[in-house]
Design a protein around this ligand. Structure first.
Ligand code: PLP
Length: 428
């Protein structure tokens, strides 16, 4: 209850919420126009190539269920049985205290073996795990060198670092080496070491991180390499073992990270590396030390999914057949897919944000195609990316319909139809 009489101190500062109410942030300012449709949309029905949006069936290109495991009957069976047997709570508590089971250990052993590392440690969410792992891996005297386009979880991990950090231009090896030299000079002064962080696959544009070239520089510079392979795990390399395998440099990755939230169609993530480093993370990663461990359906479900990755190579083959058909078809139709080297399929178009909104509205409502839309401030002003994620569940019919739809919306975009529609949307 506010008292009528305010003290002197009460009047000395402005209300914390004044700023929040006045400036909703670069994305939040669109909330009124966008919420429920462009952001926070509800895709309904079983996860698949065609789901319901706004009461209509749409071809779904926005879900990272690369291998089509999300709704696979064997997966559903194991998830359901584990939930019936253990409930969603077991085990209670943090891993260190009371949240540890032989299944967590088994999953860690199997993840480590799969990616050819000595040991692995589970985390509940990739995002929090990455923030916390970076925090644990570096001390004040250490230096971080990281790619400019890395995922927010890496940026936020770097933010926690109280020492020096150097950012290099995205996938630019000249800039990387320049910053590595600066980091080396700085580390000589501080007496610390160097952590380099890259992604295996950059999720927005679909390029692979230049791991081979980064690892080659270990001959000349002393650093350790942490790789976030959220999108590479399950989709690249022999048997889906990830980008390190794809580029033949898995040994050069000192700490390997993958999430279960994409190819594994689950939740949770893991770090893998040498035994002593993983043990260090177990005892120093605050996101796991002070949070409840992964519940059993997630753990048993992940064991099942990993088994399917190992034993069903046809899933990855189908994913790539679909990826090639989609990307070749779009390129033949004259679309710019940038520099993707992976399943991630960004279609680059030009227009402002209201135009992008009108175009996506048309794509969803009239062409029955649902994909993610990326605009400023995530990418430069004037650029629109429509981002397609092919999966093993898509069909040639989905691909053909989508390419035809894209050709349709491009013609309208170029002839100014969406500019006019945008004006109507903005004044509504
Ligand atoms: C590159 C990358 N790293 C980390 C994450 C976070 O993983 P999780 O969804 O398990 O928190 C994501 C997921 O969006 C990602 O794309």
């Amino acid at each position: 209850m506010h008292s009528e009489k305010k003290s002197r101190y009460n009047k000395m500062t402005k209300d914390l919420f004044d700023r929040i109410k006045g400036d909703k942030g670069p994305l939040g300012k669109w909330a009124e126009k966008a919420e429920g449709y462009y952001v926070f949309p509800k895709l309904e029905g079983p996860i698949s190539n065609r789901m319901s949006f706004n009461g209509k069936k749409v071809v779904t290109w926005s879900i990272n269920d690369y291998l089509g495991l999300a709704n696979h009957p064997e997966v559903l069976k194991v998830d359901g049985e584990a939930a019936l047997e253990h409930g969603m709570a077991y085990p209670m508590g943090a891993r260190m205290m009371s949240g540890h089971t032989k299944y967590h250990e088994q999953l860690e052993r199997e993840c480590a073996e799969f990616v050819d590392k000595e040991a692995a440690y589970l985390v509940n969410f990739g995002y929090q795990g990455m923030v916390s792992a970076i925090d644990a891996l570096v001390a004040k005297d250490d230096i971080i060198v990281y790619d400019m386009d890395t995922h927010a979880c890496i940026i936020d991990g770097v933010r926690l670092h109280s020492g020096k950090r150097f950012v290099y231009k995205h996938n630019d090896m000249e800039s990387f080496e320049k910053n590595l030299k600066r980091a080396t000079k700085m580390a000589e002064k501080t007496g610390g070491g160097i952590l380099v962080v890259s992604e295996g696959v950059f999720g927005m544009r679909g390029e692979q991180g230049r791991l081979k070239e980064i690892v080659a520089l270990k001959e000349q510079y002393n650093f350790r390499l942490l790789v976030d392979d959220a999108h590479g795990f399950g989709t690249l390399g022999e048997g889906g073992k990830g980008t390190g395998f794809e580029q033949g440099v898995q040994d050069g990755i000192d700490v390997y990270f993958a999430t279960f939230a994409k190819s594994m169609a689950g939740i949770g993530a893991f770090f893998a590396g040498d035994k002593d480093v993983i043990q260090y993370l177990q005892y120093n990663m605050r996101s796991q030390m002070f949070a409840k461990s992964l519940p059993m359906p997630m753990v048993k479900g992940a064991l099942k999914r990993l088994d399917m990755l190992r034993t069903m190579p046809e899933l990855k083959e189908k994913l790539w057949a679909n990826t090639n058909a989609l990307q070749n078809g779009l390129r033949e139709a004259g679309f710019d897919l940038g520099t993707t080297q992976t399943c991630i399929t960004p279609v680059f178009l030009k227009g402002d944000i209201p135009e992008a909104m009108a175009m996506v509205n048309d794509l969803r409502e009239n062409y029955g195609v649902f994909c993610s839309i990326v605009v400023y401030p995530v990418i430069p002003k004037g650029l629109i990316i429509l981002r397609l994620i092919p999966t093993a569940t898509h069909t040639q019919e989905d691909i053909d319909e989508t390419i035809a739809a894209f050709s349709g919306i491009r013609t309208k975009l170029e002839s100014g139809v969406y500019k006019r529609m945008a004006a109507a949307i903005m004044s509504a």
